[in-house]
Ligand binder design. Structure first.
Ligand code: ADP
Ligand code: MG
Length: 653
């Protein structure tokens, strides 16, 4: 009797040599083979009348062979066989090169189904080297498999049929029946049978649904287990203390979402296990204050906090914000970045070891081996997707399993967040502080560029400031030159009465800092920049964000850029300029102008571009999936999540 973990050599027709070819596809056992899913299917079940076939595309036709012509020997090694197939609507010429075997299979008067590219014109149709099926064949939907050299589709199909007989003797059903019924899912053996040889498209859909579910369920169960394992005891247990004086010192009232996130964090930090929490918030939702509150809580419990950010500009800004909130309460805050002098670094580090500084804000400099904390109790990383897991771990290693808080300014759909940050608990800050005005957003073509510039000039004359962001692939010199000459051009022409600054990723950190500072102090009116300005920079007087080549950016990325304006009391604007208008780009830009909800935008972005693209060039850390598609199967994902939770609860009872 056939078993799932039998080597495939037990299958008829699979010898040593074949099994090596299968091994290249990752197929070693019967089980592997069953999970070698077709990459597509040819549906022979609904042939097209010959007269209605779509020219220059693959069509399925069905009819009777009415004529078989004598083979034409064109030259040595080239024989052309022709036959004519007829159906109720008309006829077509079948052309086969060199294969007398194929040709001989066709008998005059016999009924066949053909699949292939149809050429010709509306009077004459021709189909060359088609796939040929007898009309009586059972599999009207044929699977097409990924192959490797030496294997063919018919061979694979035959072996697959053989392998599927295992379903009679050795099939298991890992998912409890009630979960299947609850979600209208087919049994596993039905799914495996029909993913390969469905009788119709409905069967195929049922099969796919079940296999997608399995894949996502396994992932979810795995995630939940990682999460369980991550819950290890902290050496930094904290107790409840009042944050009243902190709240009092704030120049504003916190939003409910901020308060909830803070209480999630404080709750976590009082537990015996280390906190592992992600704060997901839209741009401008006020995540920094949340970090400050947590740092203050840690301080009152006698612990240090490290806040790591990806850029120097951001480190400076956070340093300023945290000092402003915390220094009046007696908390000493320091800044540790690469651009400090060796002497400055040494002195900051010495005071961190002594415990003189309670809060350290910095870049990667924080994770250098020479940076040592006296009693690090809380580690915060901002703009998470720029840091790898290892970097987070390195920073955490500087304390006794300290509490960890991750802040992400890229709102992503919750389901996807659970997938990427499976080891983290999540708080969502989906509320903007009161009184924020909606940023008016317009998409225009390059033809209106001058008018857009005119609009920007009007705002600058009113004393406001503006950004122009150009897309640039950071290491591409051509792009860099383009941005530099763009900046030079507009500063000498359209904007010659204003101070124009240029900021790009290839500049020295100190130069960037200087430009940003000048912009902050309003010594620069218009800042031309690449996406380095993307993360977290706060200049309330800036009211226009003009994005050049908007079609080159992801929606979420543009939403973040847009978040750079609208931070003060003035009405703000975002202008998306694109010379390359397609149906798709129009659709994308429309989403941006119609909503300011970062979570909604990210969902659309995901749908339009898929998860691979979602974080641009950056590593997204998503697991490889065989059959499920994260963008399309969002519903299945949430069903799998719910079921995983139920299964785990059930097991723990
Ligand atoms: P982000 O979530 O994008 O990191 P920030 O923490 O930089 O947002 O906050 C953006 C701006 O909003 C800052 O100037 C901050 O002081 C301000 N802010 C934060 N919370 C509130 C609030 N509850 N009410 C008013 N302003 C707030
Ligand atoms: Mg921020």
């Amino acid at each position: 009797m056939l078993k799932l973990d039998d080597k495939i050599t037990v299958l008829k027709g699979v010898g040593e040599k074949r099994s090596q070819q299968y091994a290249k596809l990752g197929v070693n056992t019967v089980h592997d083979l069953l999970y070698h899913f077709p990459r597509s299917y040819i549906d022979y079940s609904e042939p097209v009348p010959i007269a209605e076939t779509v020219l220059n595309e693959n069509n399925v036709i069905s009819g009777i062979i009415t004529v078989k012509k004598a083979p034409a020997h064109i030259r040595k090694g080239l024989v052309i066989y022709k036959a004519i197939i007829t159906d109720d609507s008309g006829d077509a010429t079948i052309t086969i090169y060199n294969s007398d075997y194929m040709f001989d299979k066709l008998s005059r008067g016999g009924e066949y189904v053909f699949y292939g590219k149809v050429t010709g014109d509306f009077l004459k149709r021709e189909i060359t080297s088609p796939m040929i099926l007898s009309a009586k064949i059972e599999d009207k939907i044929q699977p097409i498999y990924p192959l490797t050299e030496g294997l063919t589709q018919p061979m694979m199909r035959l072996t697959m049929k053989n392998a599927l007989t295992v379903l009679n003797s050795d099939i298991y059903e890992p998912v409890p029946k009630k979960h299947l019924t609850e979600n209208s899912l087919a049994s596993l053996s039905y799914a495996l049978e029909n993913i390969h040889f469905p009788k119709d498209m409905n069967e195929l859909i049922l099969a796919k649904d079940r296999l997608i579910f399995d894949e996502l369920l396994i992932l979810q169960l795995g995630m939940s287990m990682i999460k369980g394992r991550a819950k290890i005891e902290t050496g930094c247990s904290m107790k409840a203390v009042s944050l009243q004086d902190f709240n009092k010192i704030l120049p504003f009232e916190m939003t409910n979402a901020q308060q909830n996130a803070i209480s999630d964090c404080l709750g976590d930090m009082q537990k015996p296990n280390a906190m592992n929490r992600l704060i997901q918030g839209d741009v401008g939702s006020g995540k920094t204050v949340i970090a400050a509150a947590c740092a203050y809580f840690a301080y009152k419990n006698g612990f240090q906090t490290a806040l790591m950010v990806p850029t120097e500009i951001l480190a400076n800004q956070h340093y300023n914000t945290l000092s402003q909130f915390l220094e009046p309460l007696g908390v000493k805050v320091c800044l540790l970045t690469g651009s400090l002098t060796a002497k400055e670094k040494a002195s900051v580090k010495a005071e961190l070891v002594d415990g003189e500084y309670t809060v350290a804000v910095g870049t990667h400099a924080l994770i250098q081996s020479t940076t040592i904390f006296k009693n690090l109790g809380l580690v915060v990383t901002d703009e998470q997707h720029r840091f790898g897991v290892e970097q987070r771990a390195l920073l955490s290693g500087k304390g006794l399993n300290p509490h960890r808080l991750v802040m992400s300014a890229t709102p992503i759909p919750r389901t996807l967040a659970l997938m990427i940050y499976g080891d983290l608990d999540i708080s969502v800050v989906n509320e903007l502080p009161k009184g924020r005005k909606k940023i008016e957003t317009y998409a225009v073509t390059g033809k209106l560029r001058e008018r857009a510039f005119g609009f920007v000039k009007d705002r600058l004359r009113e004393g406001r400031q503006a950004y122009i962001v150009c897309s640039m692939i950071e290491d591409n010199d051509m792009d860099l030159q383009a941005v530099e000459s763009y900046s030079k051009q507009i500063s000498e022409n359209q904007f010659k009465e204003f101070q124009v600054g240029l900021l790009h990723g290839k500049m020295q950190a100190s130069d960037k800092e200087e430009i940003m500072l000048k912009f902050k102090n309003h010594e620069i009116d218009l800042l031309v920049s690449t996406t380095v300005v993307e993360v977290g920079v706060d200049v309330p007087n800036a009211v226009v964000m003009l994005i050049e080549n908007a079609d080159r950016f992801g929606l979420s990325q543009m939403h973040q850029l847009r978040g750079r304006v609208g931070r003060g009391k003035h009405q703000s604007y975002c202008i998306l300029v694109t010379d390359n208008v397609t149906e798709e780009s129009r659709k994308r830009l429309k989403i941006l102008s119609s909503t300011s909800d970062g979570f909604k935008i990210s969902e659309e972005d995901l749908k339009l571009r898929g998860p691979g693209d979602f974080f641009g060039q950056r590593q997204h850390g998503l697991p490889k999936l065989k059959i499920a598609d994260m963008a399309v199967n969002m519903d299945a994902l949430s069903i799998a999540q719910k079921t995983a939770a139920k299964i785990l609860d059930y097991d723990y009872d």
